[in-house]
Design a protein around this ligand. Structure first.
Ligand SMILES: NC(=O)c1ccc[n+]([C@@H]2O[C@H](COP(=O)([O-])OP(=O)(O)OC[C@H]3O[C@@H](n4cnc5c(N)ncnc54)[C@H](O)[C@@H]3O)[C@@H](O)[C@H]2O)c1
Length: 367
């Protein structure tokens, strides 16, 4: 269950002018002891010294560490599937156009597969791939949603490309990405429908917020199962297929800026570690499969407004202000911001790029 009241009380705690989440016991440093004799070097008389670690916690004010600490009172559970909001397909991005652009960016005659493609970032990235010429296999835990979105995506494509006779082949498939048997079944089904797979995007994944000590172990295992095992299983399955065909291919793993930085104020240690694993998995497999012409890259999004993040922020508006205050461009991204990045990394335009981590985060990780 998405725990509204807990999340709300967490946010209230955030807003009271910053009681630090964790208070360490003050142990007087040796240098402070000697400084006491000298009035000039007493942090009480020197605001700059009070701001150093020679002074006790709170010596320079309540704000110390305010924007750089997690707050254990923020708890957000990933909602059950029945409460997950659906998302409309993006309007007005997929039409034929006559602007000059490099042919290398085209995904014509390719078959792409997107895990977690029924909703959120995966859905919009899939739409970007179709707009760029690819056929698409949407793989998701929620097959009904995947089927509905596959249909809507083709309808939208038809509307935006009047007169075009050949429609993209967009199919929907069930898989629990954390389950090896389910992954193998999904791969076999996609191959039966599309005959081959050229590109893979692993977008199935989720985050939850508990402080590390209270994190329920079964939920942590599930989180790692979907984010890490799921990415690994699909990547190895597709690479095996490409090697059997002796064909080149491109894999994009959806990591997160959380794989490189620690988000605040919401605590999410297992998610951060899982996304760091995804990023380094991409680099490691890039090296392992480079000789087979299979490229593996990672996209690390920052805060993106999906139907799910919208629901969380509707409940916790203070979290939105906190997040945007930490992003250099001052704004969250939208799923459409990933359309170009994923198309680029799957296309020949990035033929010499492998093992890269492309951060799409409005500069969050730079500061
Ligand atoms: N939204 C963000 O701000 C953001 C930021 C950085 C990274 N990410 C990452 O992007 C990816 C997509 O996130 P999103 O925001 O679009 O989430 P989302 O919840 O909107 O969509 C995730 C999709 O994955 C599917 N899914 C979940 N578990 C699955 C499983 N076991 N097997 C198959 N499918 C499963 C869900 O049914 C859903 O359709 C995730 O890996 C997430 O960690 C998201």
């Amino acid at each position: 269950m998405f725990n509204r009241s807990v999340a709300r009380s967490g946010i209230k705690a955030l807003n009271t002018t910053s009681r630090p989440a964790t208070r360490s016991t003050f142990i007087r440093p040796l240098s402070y002891t000697t400084a006491r004799a000298n009035k000039k070097n007493d942090p009480k008389n020197d605001p700059n010294l009070a701001a150093t670690n020679k002074a006790p916690e709170g010596a320079s004010g309540e704000h110390e560490g305010q924007f750089a600490r997690t707050d254990e009172s923020v708890q957000i559970e990933y909602p059950p599937d029945s409460e997950m909001p659906a998302q409309p397909v993006v309007q007005g991005r997929g039409g034929m156009h006559f602007k000059r652009t490099l042919a290398q960016f085209s995904l014509e005659n390719k078959v792409s597969m997107v895990t977690g493609g029924a909703r959120g970032l995966g859905l919009v990235m899939g739409q970007g791939l179709v707009a760029s010429g690819s056929d698409l296999a949407i793989v998701d835990l929620n097959k009904a949603e995947a089927e509905e979105q596959a249909q809507k995506l083709v309808e939208q494509f038809r509307k935006e490309n009047p007169g075009l006779e050949e429609m993209p082949n967009v199919t929907a498939h069930y898989a629990d990405v954390a389950n090896p048997d389910s992954v193998n079944e999904a791969l076999a089904e996609v191959l039966a429908k599309h005959k081959r797979i050229d590109n893979l995007v692993t977008s199935a994944g989720f985050t939850e917020n508990f402080d590390a000590i209270s994190y329920p172990f079964d939920r942590m295992k599930k989180l790692w199962g979907v984010n890490v095992d799921g990415t690994y299983l699909f990547a190895t399955g597709v690479a095996k297929h490409l090697m059997e065909r002796n064909a080149p291919g491109s894999i994009v793993m959806i990591g997160s800026m959380s794989g490189s930085i620690v988000n605040v104020p919401q605590p999410q240690a297992p998610y951060n570690a899982a996304k760091a694993a995804v990023r380094h998995l991409a680099a490691s497999l890039a090296v392992e499969w480079a000789g087979h012409g299979i490229r593996v890259n990672c996209i690390s999004p920052g805060y993106m407004l999906t139907a799910l993040t919208r629901k969380i922020l509707d409940e916790n508006p203070q979290l939105r202000d906190k997040w945007t205050s930490l992003i250099p461009v001052g704004k969250m991204g939208t799923p459409e911001d990933l359309m170009g990045a994923v198309t680029f990394l799957l296309s020949d335009a990035s033929k010499y790029i492998t093992g890269a981590d492309l951060r799409v985060d409005g500069g969050y990780t730079l500061t």
